[in-house]
Design a protein around this ligand. Structure first.
Ligand code: ADP
Length: 226
């Protein structure tokens, strides 16, 4: 689903991604784990055609460096900062996204139920709590049931109850054959929910871990805390 070879990214003189290599298979829940500033968001931005870079990149067979819009047509993206339009209601926003994706009102109704947004459907986004905004972002990103979903720190504003429900939903999503690529810096979360984890440090994937039993130790060792 994702293939990256020798990917480099500079922001001015800052060499943010350094000869990065990575593969993500179909049907896996892949976690990108690393401290703040390691390059997680930058990598997701490149994979989803939101910024440029240098190297070989394929996302579902498409080169996002050359065809950014094509990639965005097929994948789902939940960016780190919630950015729902303040002036629309929850329902209007979902209709808007459904229309762009060529879906009918059934998709909106289903999203309102699945993401527990029915009670807030008529509120304008400006008046939503942080957690509800995030749920709305997730609903919008998943409304077209993308086979590949990118999540950047998706749990940050969710309360523990909804975190749990959302984890289950994502696991079910993967068990239906979809693929998830999630950036996080929360170790316990990655351990609980992911199939494989890549550790990113200073813009490089320094380790890919398949058996997550000792994830904390392996992660801390990479950063000389163990
Ligand atoms: P993470 O998501 O792991 O916290 P980021 O990808 O956001 O890391 O950032 C990686 C590095 O790139 C950091 O040093 C950050 O300051 C820098 N960076 C990120 N976005 C920009 C930008 N738009 N312009 C300049 N530097 C940036």
């Amino acid at each position: 689903m994702i293939e990256i070879r020798n990917l480099n990214k500079w922001y001015g003189k800052n060499h943010v991604l350094q000869n990065l290599n990575l593969e993500v298979k179909k049907g896996e829940f892949f976690g990108l784990l690393g401290p703040n500033g390691a390059g997680k968001t930058t990598l997701i931005k490149i994979l989803t055609g939101q910024t440029d870079g240098e190297g070989f990149v394929r996302v579902m067979g498409i080169d996002p460096l050359k065809f950014p819009l094509k990639v965005r047509e097929v994948v789902g993206i939940v960016p780190e900062m919630e950015s729902v339009p303040n002036y629309l209601t929850v329902e209007e926003y979902l209709y808007f996204v459904a229309k762009i994706r060529g879906l009918d009102e059934d998709a909106v109704k289903k999203a309102l139920i699945d993401f527990n947004l029915k009670g807030e459907r008529s509120k304008v986004c400006r008046d939503l709590s942080k957690g509800t905004k995030q749920r709305l972002m997730l609903a919008a990103a998943m409304i077209h049931k993308p086979p590949l979903l990118f999540l950047d720190e998706p749990f940050i504003n969710l309360d523990p109850l909804y975190q749990r429900a959302f984890s289950t939903m994502l696991r079910n999503y993967v068990s239906e054959g979809n693929t998830i690529f999630m950036a996080t810096h929360i170790l316990e979360l990655a351990k609980k929910i992911c199939d494989r984890v890549g550790i990113i440090k200073d813009g490089r994937i320094v380790k890919v871990i398949e058996n997550l039993e000792n994830l904390e130790e392996e992660f801390l060792r990479e950063f000389d805390y163990a």
